[in-house]
Write a protein that binds this ligand. Sequence first.
Ligand code: NAD
Ligand code: AHE
Ligand code: ZN
Length: 373
Amino acid sequence: MSRVIKSRAAVAFAAGEPLKIVEIDVQPPKAGEVLVRIHATGVCHTDAFTLSGDDPEGLFPAVLGHEGGGVVVEVGEGVTSLKPGDHVIPLYTAECRECKFCLSGKTNLCQAVRATQGKGLMPDGTSRFSYEGQPIHHYMGCSTFSEYTVVPEISLAVVNPEAPLEKVCLLGCGVTTGIGAVHNTAKVQPGDTVAVFGLGGIGLAVIQGAVQAKAGRIIGVDTNASKFELAKKMGATDCVNPKDSERPIQDVLVEMTDGGVDFSFECIGNVEVMRSALECCHKGWGESVIIGVAGAGQEIKTRPFQLVTGRVWRGTAFGGVKGRTQLPGMVEQAMSGEIDLDPFITHTLPLERINEAFDLMHEGKSIRTVIHF
Ligand code: NAD
Ligand code: AHE
Ligand code: ZN
């Protein structure tokens, strides 16, 4: 093909404004790049976070979206690991298998394209998107809110073509992040007590991972009690609303668990809650995993004594999962039922109505809205 194509896209023209559905121009893939037709995409809270203007890396105008599933249309020069027709999930955490990070065996945070990705550009420092002649930024190396997107080869996981893209797109972020945080970051063991702060897409995925890990007790915490029914259905043994007690939530949890939890997960992006999540951990060994993303200028704090006395603070991106290597297997798990994606999909909408997905999220009514093109 190798020509500029038109693509329907939801463009974030400015912070705090609804997305606009327009027809953008998409340049063909350059060397090491791939043109993908997106079939479906989830809407993650991180998209809303960036759109709000709180993201220090937020750039406008941009095509947001990072939880997609699609099919390869065309590959650029030198691309060898995939071909037109392959089913793919774009990765905001690339996997080059060559950088210091990939070779370390210690992290999934490949840095091969991270610098340009953070500037909303392809690895050669330019954009493939434009609207009325003006460049539009890429987002998290994925930009799945466009019918057609261009992604580096190392930022694509090739998955089973039998897998339903309108479901496995959720493995592009939310579900993988939560499940991966349990197994790769925390390494929850059978019988462990777990607290999950925030029962949205990420928190529910943590619950699903904790059930897989055979955690003994899984305590869900949310200020929106309407989230409790699904959380319990998915495996939460208890649900607590911090608004129901005058006491700090960490004190409530420490009392409920004979001294604190083995692992806690912050799945909100609230620095005050991050403190509670650390301080509800058991003295001597409890570990708290930060998953939520906090806005520019925000910082976490606690008394150092909390760490001196054995609690551990960790963080995780994409659940520690190496996308090209591990996502294909997670897609197989979703196909065999080992990972259940259905409970996460509370709404589906066409691209034209994508702003409703953001409204549903802000109103606390959805877990994931899947957008179809
Ligand atoms: P969501 O909006 O679906 O869920 C957030 C939940 O937190 C909601 O149920 C809400 O009611 C609850 N909540 C809000 N304030 C609360 C409070 N003070 N106490 C208790 N509960 C509270 O969001 P999501 O898509 O599940 O994402 C959650 C967070 O994870 C976001 O910050 C997102 O940016 C981040 N995230 C991080 C990664 C990563 O790799 N680290 C990946 C995906 C998402
Ligand atoms: N750009 C923000 C941070 C945003 C952030 O932390 N992103 C997570 C993924 S959230 C997915 O929904 C992440 O993977 N971070 C690691 C990375 O390399 O971006 C900021 O604070 O500048
Ligand atoms: Zn996300």
